[in-house]
Unconditional design. Structure first.
Length: 308
């Protein structure tokens, strides 16, 4: 058996990937680039002599170069697979890539509208048609209570729980709150603001004039059926363009805006967690970064020494 210095193990491995595992040409090229980087790092040293600490150093180098965590994870997978194969060809003390993990993917912040844009979006009045009144009631409620769009379209006129029907949620006008069934079939109660209450009452005043094929549904489309998630998405996007909001607005943007604005005003992360229906506080903590973005923007705009 030739030594690792005399033998081109990388080419042998690529041949195995191509002819035995029959990977695509695109995949082979990706492996070739990853392993060429490994060989360049080793320089005159034998690949089999590289240690766990050597591979840690190489991983740190590619991370420092600005490579994304996803790309680094792919390289580690390529190197790990190569050493796993090499261990079947020659004696290796251990796979030097085992135990090395790619850096965690940076969590992107949820997209949220500024308070002025959010209020402008949901309060803009169109015509008094049934479709326009339904839109305003839905958009106000999404922003007022931070509902998921799936929760919104599942709402009924009232608690119709009886022997034949069980409601997923409803608005309690007397208490100014909405009861919804969220993920994991978990129910929660969230306050509803007066603007949303007024918009809902306007919608309910015209709702009886529609053909009602689904009598329990709070929100109906033009055919008298329960409003779908897709319909709400399309209606909100079109409304945002009419109002002049430059962002690509979808229902979850209003949920993010609700959470961000409540947190900015109250600083009560636990309360926001409860209103959003998050099982873990960790899912809600991302909004603290949004809050800091707001503080940083205020600082940059107002502090005399903040200008770059």
């Amino acid at each position: 058996m030739p030594s690792t210095a005399e033998h081109n193990w990388i080419q042998d491995y690529l041949n195995v990937l191509q002819h035995q595992r029959q990977l695509s040409a695109h995949s082979i090229d990706a492996y070739r680039r990853d392993l060429a980087e490994l060989a360049q790092f080793a320089q005159s040293r034998e690949l089999a002599s590289l240690s766990y600490f050597d591979l840690r150093r190489l991983t740190s180098q590619v991370h420092a170069s600005g490579l994304s965590p996803r790309s680094i994870a792919r390289k580690l997978s390529s190197w790990r697979g190569f050493y796993r194969w090499l261990a079947d060809q020659i004696s290796l003390p251990a796979n030097p890539v085992d135990g090395i993990k790619a850096p965690k993917k940076v969590q992107s912040l949820p997209k949220a509208l500024g308070a002025d844009d959010a209020v402008q979006l949901v309060s803009a009045r169109g015509s008094d048609t049934a479709s326009a009144l339904a839109n305003r009631a839905m958009f106000e409620l999404l922003y007022s209570s931070g509902l998921r769009v799936s929760e919104l379209v599942s709402l009924d006129l009232q608690d119709a729980s009886n022997a034949t029907y069980r409601s997923a949620g409803w608005v309690d006008f007397a208490q100014a709150e909405v009861r919804v069934t969220g993920k994991g079939n978990k129910q929660r109660i969230v306050p509803v603001g007066q603007a949303a209450i007024d918009a809902l009452k306007d919608w309910l005043a015209i709702r009886p004039t529609l053909i009602q094929q689904e009598i329990h549904a709070l929100f109906l489309n033009e055919r008298g059926r329960r409003m779908s998630v897709r319909s709400v998405q399309l209606r909100l996007k079109a409304h945002a363009q009419i109002v002049g909001i430059p962002s690509d607005v979808h229902p979850h943007v209003l949920r993010h805006s609700f959470a961000s604005h409540v947190l900015q005003s109250s600083g009560d992360l636990r309360a926001v967690q409860e209103m959003l229906g998050h099982r873990s506080i960790a899912a809600t903590q991302v909004y603290t970064a949004l809050d800091f973005q707001h503080l940083a923007a205020v600082y940059d705009a107002s502090h005399p020494r903040a200008k770059k």
